[in-house]
Design a protein around this ligand. Sequence first.
Ligand code: PLP
Length: 452
Amino acid sequence: MTHTADQISELAALAGTDASLDAHWMPFTANRAFKRAPRLLVGAKDMHYTAADGRQILDGTAGLWCVNAGHCREPIVSAIAAQAAELDYAPGFQMGHPLAFRVAERLASMLPDGLDRVFFTNSGSEAVDTALKIALAYHQARGEPSRVRFVGRQRGYHGVGFGGISVGGIETNRRAFAAQLLPHVDYLPHTHDLARNAFTRGQPAHGAELADDLERLVAEHGAETIAAVIVEPVAGSTGLLLPPVGYLERLRAICDAHGILLIFDEVITGFGRLGAPFAIDRFGVVPDMVTVAKGITNAAVPMGAVVAQRAIHDAVLDATEAGIELFHGYTYSGHPLACAAALATLDLYEREGLFARAAELAPYFADAAHALRGEPHVIDVRDMGLVVAIELESRAGRPGARAFDVFLDCFAEGALIRTTSDVIALSPPLIIERAQIDQLFELLTRALRRVA
Ligand SMILES: Cc1ncc(COP(=O)(O)O)c(C=O)c1O
């Protein structure tokens, strides 16, 4: 879109920048609407953003579910600065640098025994595509090359690579690219069931049997064609869809019975969000691979990783006599700045006991969320750890519009919340104080009452 000179200077003043807003094609954004009324953030510290007009905005979403230790934390900032001055970059192919090995070991030490081989990426999307590729390589290495089929889940989000959108269950993310998706993918049903589970606290009671759909797919295609199942233990991006009691255990058992790999996408649930280090710990179910990103560096430098069971890693390595075993990797896999940020972040989580803090605060946070029952248009409230979802009844023919108006109202009043369709998700940094929880829900309550 183009603007007149007057419009440009007006927008620039609003945005706190002298740049035109035209050139930047923004991700997952209604670009035209945004550029008519931009919302720009120019600073951040701990629980708050600073908006371009100087207002303090309470961060109710940890950025995009990633700034788990709060913003611009000094130990992370100085670790990145020091690393940039010491070793800015080192090639990761046929070369290494010590920090990457330290982060890998540290991450492995946080996960159950055996889940200890770490492949670095730069995002959750890359971690997902990497995990899918490792699954194929593993089956091939073991002499089962017919295992090529992936099973995802409706309403699953696994990033935006071709692998991730293929196994992801969000129709809008696939529509424009449908002609070139991965060819052999099936979907389990999602676990969201308002009729049986609305306003449940914590894990819903009903729906474990939905995992049995995997047996149907095994019967239909043959286990010998299925490489892996990938699920978010708790689906985040489509509005906090929780696993019913017993569901993940059942999925694990069916995968085991048929030699199918189970991949947990913990890009959102990792690093304390659920009041435990990982969803693995929260639910006591151990996958064959786990994907992480976001909170691993407190989002200060992009980083992602796949952590695979050692047996998977060993099978892939053993299948090659000499030379490169896995033809895969990124220029920035294990980037020194990301590694420095990760080590400082993981230290900070530990030093401040932030995962335990999330668990302690969770009941208070859930109480505040469930108190919204009865407010206008609220049809469900869901909670787990330091994340809650408030689902609103959609306006006729305009899904998402009501929640987006609530988002705009909250931003105008000083709080950042997140919406997908008509679900409002709150996932603040784990350092949030009770008084800030109160403030967040006060602003949200007023917004709900104001928005028709
Ligand atoms: C579960 C899950 N997987 C993958 C991704 C993609 O991560 P990224 O945006 O870093 O590529 C996300 C992002 O929100 C996610 O929630």
